[in-house]
Structure formats: C-alpha cells, structure tokens
Write a new protein. Structure first.
Length: 255
C-alpha cells in the first residue's frame, strides 16, 4: 500500500527537469556540476540527448596507418614516406603517394598507380619495373587498401587480398556514465545515442537534432556531482575530431 501511495505521489508531483549543455574540444569529456544535482531518492529519472553538433573532421588516415614504403632494386635503396593525416579517397591516396615518391625518386617513370576495381571493391597497385612495395611495414596504409601483411615485396600489377576499407568508422556513439539499458555488439554499455558517421562530407558541420529523444534510465542515485561523456565508434574507441568544438544538449527529467 505504501509503495502505491509513493507511486501516486511521484506521478502527481511536479516533475524535476534539468537541461545540461556541454561544449568541449575533446571526445572524452568530464564535467563537475556546481552545485551538484540533487535528485529525490523516491523518484525515477531518465536522460536523453536533444541535439549534437561538431564539424566532421574525422580522418581515415592518421598516425596509425599512414606509412608507405618501396625498395628500389636498381639502386639497392629503401624509401619510406608518410601521408599527412586527413580524410582521403583512393584517388587522393594515389596522388599523395605519387607526389611523395617523386620527391625520393624524381626519375621514376611510370609512377606507382593505385586504383579501385569497382566490380570487386578491391584496390589494384601497378608497380614500375625494378620497384617492390613493402607490405610488412608497421602502420601501413596498405591495410586500408585491402592488402594483408607479407614478408615478400609485391611487384608488377597486384590486386588486394580484401576489399578496401576506406571508411574506418561506421557509427558515432554518445556514451554517458549516468545511463544504463543499451548494448553495442551484444555487450551491455552506456550508449545514450547512436547515429551513422559521414552523414555530411568532411569539413561540413554535423548537426544531429533528435525529434523524438530516447530517454534511458539513469543509475539510481540521490546526487549527481559529475558527468562523463565519450564520443566513441562501434569498437568503443574514442573518435578524434582533431580539436574541433563538440557541443550537445541533454535533458534529465523525472518520469
């Protein structure tokens, strides 16, 4: 009987509601509430995302996958180049590699040529005579282009082992330590909201407005002194927005 009375009081009473606006230039965000949010221990609360905004500066080439190396059999010399971090299509990767190889071997003709086989979604590398491409180098861009590691240098015209993985991130996930009730790849997690990556071209602003927010229950507590939000991909790795401003608005409300 007492529980039912509390439920009725909870339903009829004024609903607590808090608007939480957050701005940061990092994907791992921690803030203290001053003063802390005081919640009634006899009431239930849920949290939802109202909107999210950030410039799409998500790079598919970075310091983890930007190496390319060749061996010049004619001169018995090994050359390694690094692509600048950025968002690349295959044509841009090809152009960048050709330019950097030309700096090392200005007389190399024809140059290395990388294209996409549209029928198989695999890449094709055409390699000049007396040149070998190193598939075993660490942090190689060849992994993105579909080539497996091998100790042998590849020569001639070669098609990749796997399809090209030019897009490294499929989803943008807003992870919040206050909520429960979500799963990612079958594992329980604290994802508040998810949406597809690359909804706008690189350099454009991502504006995700949620018409009908999904409110998730928050972990039972009477005081919230801080909040921890992470912007992560489907592998639960932090997404790097390269220092651009990230903004969002959340609503905490009694239900």
């Amino acid at each position: 009987m007492e529980e039912k009375i509390l439920e009725l009081q909870n339903y009829l009473s004024n609903k607590d509601q808090y608007l939480i606006n957050i701005t940061s230039n990092k994907s791992d965000i921690k803030y203290q509430f001053n003063p802390p949010l005081e919640l009634s221990p006899n009431r239930n609360y849920k949290l939802g995302l109202l909107w999210f905004s950030a410039y799409n500066t998500i790079f598919n080439v970075n310091d983890t996958n930007n190496n390319f190396a060749i061996y010049d059999y004619k001169n018995s010399k090994y050359y390694q180049v690094k692509l600048d971090p950025g968002a690349y299509e295959i044509t841009q990767i090809n152009k960048e590699i050709q330019g950097k190889i030309k700096e090392k071997l200005p007389d190399l003709k024809p140059s290395i040529d990388i294209t996409l086989d549209k029928s198989t979604s695999k890449s094709i590398i055409k390699i000049p005579e007396n040149i070998g491409v190193d598939c075993n180098i660490d942090k190689s861009i060849l992994r993105m282009l579909g080539f497996n590691k091998t100790k042998e240098y590849i020569k001639g015209t070669v098609k990749s082992d796997n399809i090209v993985q030019i897009i490294q991130i499929s989803t943008i996930n807003i992870d919040c330590n206050l909520v429960s009730g979500s799963y990612i790849n079958g594992k329980k997690c604290n994802i508040l909201y998810s949406f597809p990556s690359y909804t706008v071209p690189v350099g454009h602003k991502i504006i995700e407005r949620i018409s009908h927010p999904v409110y998730l229950p928050i972990l039972k507590t009477s005081i919230i002194s801080s909040i921890h939000i992470k912007i992560i991909n489907e592998d639960q790795d932090l997404i790097n927005f390269n220092g651009e401003e990230i903004s969002m608005s959340l609503e905490l409300k009694q239900v």
